[in-house]
Ligand binder design. Structure first.
Ligand code: MN
Length: 493
């Protein structure tokens, strides 16, 4: 687990000179107290940075530029403790390049019934000031997240935290480089897409290397490096095979891939089982163990899902939650227990395991190579989301489905891979129809640590279409939404 405290959010409180020094000093004192309390609260994953109250166009512009120019700043949080005329904000907002959270809160919770006077009203008027602030943001068609509520409440703080995770995802997305090992699986459509547009929208630099380039690196790995990798496997997994040579080959592949990704600053990678050349095993255990460490992964040339995997892992890097590359595989159409079983031919991330994973070696029918070592385990139960990104030709669409992962009652002794069983919301049939109408891929990312709202915030920051399937989904309404979205996104272009 890695702390998210390195990501900074500038807290910019707006006002104007009209109020006089004393009121402005009080505004600063309140803002400082809020920042200190937020930073001391374990619910807030990132660092909030106090900025002195801004009173005019020049100060607002300079605050926005400070946020833009700070490499570690992942977004800004604005709040109008008092009234701040919004024409003063236009120049600054035109310059702003970071995600924007507008909190509508109030320093005091309750109205002091017996002592309230005009001085109190003029100091505590965010109900008033945040409306003027919201108008200019809406008028400028800027992307904002609005969270209203009392700043000390846990519910309010958790929503702020959720938006911070979305902004962290955007931050990491814009710095992400994806390693393609080979190209897409032949004839498959959904894993394709416009890589230039993906770099413009998401920031993903997607670069290809030939399998031979990787094989040279794999061949150069030393026995000592393999020994060290085998020790790491023993720390995390049970060795449940006698075929140690097969496991050592996965260790060799992992060492080579990891060294290369560290050197070239890749955060995600994909493989392609149709193009292994002289690679002796499809990376299975190697890909799984790299995902455990936070690398994004996609199979069969799926660079979009590999990138999304990395982004979602970075949004939850401080949580022990489980985020994994996933593929819809098989249905359980039992009316009493409608479920979807997700898995992959090898590469299920051990972060979703409910028990200690085993290293096992089984034949792999596809790929025509040696039997690959892989991790097998049962997955955790609990609420989760499935997310996918597809290229609609004129825009990217993210589709998210809320699911309930189930305790695995059956051992499935002949299944040689890890699997996850989930009940999708609102129910199996509606969810499947909605996902298919929306064009959702068979590849997705499963996360026990993120919610619909956080992923929606991420999609809005990245300016891509967002489609949610959950408890309230009505298939007819969803189909209308898809039709309307098509028109809206054509107009937006
Ligand atoms: Mn697949």
């Amino acid at each position: 687990m890695t702390s998210l405290k390195k990501y900074k959010f500038l807290f910019i409180v707006g006002s104007q000179d009209l109020y006089g020094e004393e009121v402005l000093r009080t505004v600063d004192e309140h803002a400082k107290a809020m920042v200190d309390e937020w930073n001391a609260d374990a619910n807030i994953p990132c660092t909030v940075v106090f900025h002195p109250v801004v009173r005019n166009s020049e100060e607002i512009y300079r605050a926005m530029m400070a946020a833009n120019n700070d490499e570690d700043c992942a977004g800004i949080i604005t709040w109008m403790h008092t009234f701040s005329p919004s024409k003063m904000w236009i120049r600054g907002f035109q310059a702003l390049q970071k995600p924007l959270l507008h909190v509508n809160t109030q320093f005091n919770r309750d109205i002091p019934w017996d002592s309230i006077d005009m001085d109190f009203m003029n100091l505590n008027q965010s109900a008033h000031g945040d409306r003027e602030h919201g108008f200019i943001i809406a008028r400028m068609r800027l992307q904002q997240k609005v969270i209203s509520g009392w700043w000390k409440e846990e519910k309010f703080r958790k929503r702020v935290a959720g938006w911070m995770r979305a902004a962290v995802g955007a931050f990491e997305s814009r710095r992400l480089r994806v390693l393609r090992v080979s190209d897409n699986m032949r004839d498959v459509a959904v894993t394709e897409g416009d890589k230039v547009e993906a770099q413009i929208k998401f920031g993903w630099r997607v670069d290809h290397y030939g399998v031979e380039d990787i094989i040279r690196l794999v061949d150069a790995v030393t026995d000592r490096e393999i020994d060290a990798q085998m020790e790491e496997y023993k720390q995390h997994y049970d060795m449940a095979t006698d075929n140690i040579a097969a496991v050592r080959y996965q260790a060799r592949e992992e060492v080579a891939l990891k060294k290369f990704m560290e050197k070239e600053k890749f955060g995600a990678f994909h493989t392609n089982f149709q193009d292994l050349q002289q690679l002796r095993q499809l990376p299975g255990l190697a890909a799984q163990d790299l995902m455990r460490q936070g690398y994004g992964f996609g199979a069969e040339g799926d660079w979009k899902t590999a990138a999304l995997c990395r982004v979602m892992k970075s949004m939850t890097a401080d949580l022990d939650c489980g985020t994994a590359f996933m593929e819809d595989y098989t249905y359980n159409f039992d009316p009493a227990c409608g479920m979807n079983m997700g898995s992959h031919m090898l590469e299920v991330c051990p972060s979703v395991a409910c028990d200690r994973p085993k290293i096992q070696v089984f034949p792999l029918g596809i790929g025509d190579r040696e039997d690959p070592a892989r991790l097998t385990f049962k997955a955790k139960a609990g609420p989760a989301v499935l997310a996918t990104v597809i290229d609609m030709g004129d825009r990217f669409r993210m589709i998210v489905n809320d699911v309930e992962c189930q305790k695995q009652e059956h051992d499935m002794p002949k299944l040689p891979v890890a699997a996850v069983l989930w009940k999708p919301l609102p129910d199996l049939q509606t969810s499947a129809e909605a996902w298919i109408y929306a064009g959702g891929a068979h590849h997705s990312i499963l996360s026990y640590g993120l919610t619909d709202e956080e992923l929606r915030d991420f999609a809005e920051i990245m300016d891509i279409e967002y489609v949610h399937i959950g408890r309230d989904t009505d298939i007819h309404e969803l189909r209308k939404e898809l039709t309307w979205n098509d028109l809206v996104w054509k107009l937006k272009k």
